[in-house]
Design a protein around this ligand. Structure first.
Ligand code: 13P
Ligand code: SF4
Length: 311
């Protein structure tokens, strides 16, 4: 197995030679953070993808993220180090189901979470992320909104906005966050009595109600930096500890659920993206993510609608 330093050196050389950048999601393994030009949450990385001058974007995250970057940048080469890196939320909603709901609620705007396939995004009015969903839904001139596929995020947004959200489908879930229980909150509070509990809005409502802070992965980093507290329990995918330790080195972070207690503390899809695959992706310029023009244009419009609403 090549050693990590050699891999990092080689990846950095390839990036320079090919005018490429690496966008890394906050959940990536430690080494991937070190080679990434930008790390961030889903919204931040999508915006970064729109603003780069690089010729090649390697998206170190799951497939729907690379697909989104490609739709936003039809003229650039967008590479996914492993196109099999899926997402249980993205898998939960297909085009036919969405079309059926749109027919049932013709007057309701369609707000889709970014964790969806580009073909469903093309049927949406707004694409939101965990950092933007509440503000977008709040600002819509509609009391009933079609929202999918994350039912936990829907519960949270509904609570925060007072609007009625029709869940499309009724029970889409992230396989990591869906496994969180109230019991884990009690254990964490007991084990780390001085720590603040941060939770991602893909978690069940009972976890969010018990948390000291709820936010996207980027919002968690900001909260940890700004907070007077020195310790935090992190109720999201365990790779997030890498982002926090790198960006907030003077504070301590504890996993809400560890690999010893549950294999699903680590998203199996995020874990598929490794330094080896990133290197291979740059060497062979694979796997290129291409979205049909008409689909890309519609999905891009839905993302830009969100940007406009928030500006
Ligand atoms: P954010 O990074 O946007 O908070 O979302 C996390 C996620 O679900 C990635 O799969
Ligand atoms: Fe999907 Fe959950 Fe994995 Fe994120 S952590 S990619 S939402 S399965």
């Amino acid at each position: 197995m090549p050693n990590i330093e050699n891999l990092i050196t080689e990846i950095n050389r390839l990036k320079k030679d090919k005018n490429a950048i690496i966008l890394g999601h906050n959940y990536m393994e430690y080494g991937v953070h070190l080679v990434s030009d930008f790390t961030g949450d889903s919204y931040d990385l999508a915006v970064k993808a729109m603003r780069t001058n690089a010729d090649i974007i390697v998206f170190a995250g799951v497939y729907f993220m690379a697909e989104q970057a490609s739709a936003l940048n039809p003229d650039k080469k967008v590479l996914s180090p492993d196109p099999m890196a899926g997402c249980s939320l993205s898998d939960a909603l297909d085009v036919e189901t969405l079309k059926k709901y749109k027919k049932m609620y013709p007057n309701s705007p369609v707000v889709l979470y970014i964790n969806t396939s580009i073909y469903t995004k093309a049927l949406a009015d707004y694409i939101v992320t965990s950092s933007t969903a509440i503000n977008v839904v709040k600002s819509l001139d509609a009391d009933v909104v079609l929202f999918g596929p994350d039912a936990n995020l829907a519960n949270y947004v509904e609570k925060k906005t007072g609007k009625k959200l029709i869940r499309v489908p009724p029970n889409g879930r992230c396989l990591v966050h869906a496994s969180y229980t109230k019991q884990l909150v009690s254990l964490a509070r007991k084990k780390y009595p001085n720590a603040k509990l941060m939770a991602h809005p893909e978690s069940p409502l009972e976890i969010l109600e018990a948390a000291d802070f709820v936010g996207s992965t980027n919002q968690m980093i900001k909260y940890a930096k700004d907070s007077e507290s020195k310790e935090f329990v992190v109720a999201t995918e365990i790779g997030m500890l890498n982002a926090l330790q790198i960006q907030v080195p003077n504070k301590r972070f504890y996993p809400f659920m560890s690999m010893e207690t549950c294999a699903c503390a680590r998203c199996p899809y995020m874990a598929m993206v490794t330094l080896e695959k990133i290197k291979s992706s740059l060497v062979n310029e694979k796997y290129e993510v291409k979205v049909p023009n008409d689909v890309a244009e519609k999905a891009k419009r839905a993302f830009e609608n969100t940007m406009k609403l928030l500006s």
